[in-house]
Design a binder for this molecule. Structure first.
Ligand code: PMP
Length: 402
């Protein structure tokens, strides 16, 4: 008898499974609105020109080699990434009470943060938005959290942020609980709190002595502006809250498969830094020993050379504008077609995704009859829309809804 006889088969991971099914579909008009990756108006993956340029420079740099990076990563990269998210003039940076750790993109960073919070901050309860990125709850569970709770984030009827539920449910959270927040471009709803609402949330978290944790996977993708999209995090830090945040460079630099991320701990007392750093060092060491170098070198070149940085910021703005434009075209066309329901939320939402409000049945029909793929939750990646397919998608949605 095989040692593996009792291994259970789990269902495939929906987003990645959809990619496979999509690739196998031979229909000419097929459209992939599933996985969260940017596409050009030609429906092609996008290598940002400035990223490509920096990649070539890294490859050609005779001074670089393949020696191991330090356990906590490439310090030039983590410094530049941390300044990007906290702001160069951040008080916490000036007071040297932050720690940065290079991570295996956003996912690896969240896992590392969750393990640290469980083992060294003795946290067992986390509150994540409902809905949230489907991986969040699983990561926290795997890291040892016992109570994985959700706070209601989305008003499905009105298709908007449910601020009163957020405040009510977080005010009932037990002291010390970790609260996970999306820094900007919330996945999957595309709805972020306003500045005033972030003020309220920060105040509540402070009063209730909860622990804020930020997932920052889309800096730049909400507003098109890197600084504005860091508002929530900077506000919490300015308000004197300690926090941990995780950045991903998958989307805003198009470095999906290079797995470049950064984890930042902001402490109130810098005396605790060496202890915290020593624990992260051990966690990384026993997980994967040290991170890969290439992507970190590329990101560092993009962020630290002024001309590169400028070009990158313009490109991020261009990507965000293309998505905004596609939102508008889709919503306008749905309205022109007298599609039942309201569609303004598609324009109000930000980032890559629209939480369309389509039901699992609609989604199934779109896939089976129209060869249009999105998540069963009704989340559509707006980046998959182009000026060439938006008419077809609008017409198809209109038909399945009617
Ligand atoms: N957080 C959120 C909210 C995400 O949407 C994603 C990517 N889909 C990630 C984290 C992690 O992405 P990665 O590991 O590719 O950086």
């Amino acid at each position: 008898k095989s040692a593996f006889a009792k291994v259970k088969t789990e269902p495939p991971v929906e987003v990645f499974h959809l990619v496979k099914v999509f690739q196998a579909d031979k229909h000419e008009q097929k459209v992939n609105l599933g996985i969260g990756a940017y596409r050009t108006d030609e429906n092609k993956p996008f290598v940002l020109p400035v990223v490509k340029k920096c990649e070539i420079e890294v490859v050609n740099d005779a001074k670089l080699n393949h020696e191991y990076l330090p356990i906590l990563g490439n310090p030039d990269f983590t410094k530049a990434a941390t300044e990007m998210v906290l702001g160069k003039d951040s008080k916490a940076l000036k007071e040297k009470r932050t720690l940065s750790v290079q991570t295996i993109s956003g996912t690896g960073g969240i896992r590392l943060a969750a393990e640290f919070m469980c083992q060294h901050l003795q946290r067992r309860t986390v509150f994540v938005p409902n809905p949230t990125w489907e991986n969040h709850m699983k990561i926290f569970k795997q890291a040892g959290f016992k109570h994985i709770k959700q706070y209601k984030y989305w008003n499905a009827k009105k298709r908007k942020l449910d601020m009163s539920s957020i405040l009510r449910e977080l005010s009932e959270a037990p002291e010390g609980a970790v609260v996970l927040m999306h820094a900007s471009a919330h996945n999957p709803t595309g709805m972020d709190p306003s500045k005033a609402q972030w003020h309220q949330i920060a105040e509540l978290i402070k009063q209730r002595r909860l622990f804020p944790f930020f997932d920052c996977a889309y800096q730049g993708f909400a507003s098109g502006d890197i600084e504005s999209d860091a508002f929530a995090i900077r506000h919490f830090v300015d308000a004197g809250l300690e926090t941990i945040l995780v950045q991903s460079f998958a989307k805003n630099m198009g470095l999906y498969n290079e797995r470049v991320g950064n984890l930042v701990v902001v402490l109130n007392d810098k005396q605790q830094l060496p202890a915290v750093a020593s624990q992260f060092t051990i966690l990384v060491r026993i997980n994967y020993s040290n991170p890969p170098a290439f992507g970190s070198r590329v990101v560092h070149k993009v962020l630290s050379v002024e001309q590169n940085r400028k070009e990158w910021e313009q490109t991020v703005c261009m990507m965000a504008s293309r998505v905004k434009d596609m939102r508008k075209q889709l919503a306008d066309k749905l309205k022109q077609l007298d599609t039942p329901g309201t569609w303004d939320h598609i324009v109000q939402q930000t980032g890559m995704f629209s939480y369309t409000g389509l039901t699992p049945k609609h989604v199934q029909k779109l896939k089976d009859d129209k060869h249009i793929y999105m998540l069963s939750s009704g989340r559509a990646n707006i980046c998959g829309l182009t000026t060439k397919n938006v008419d077809y998608v609008a017409k198809s949605i209109s038909e399945v809804v009617k």
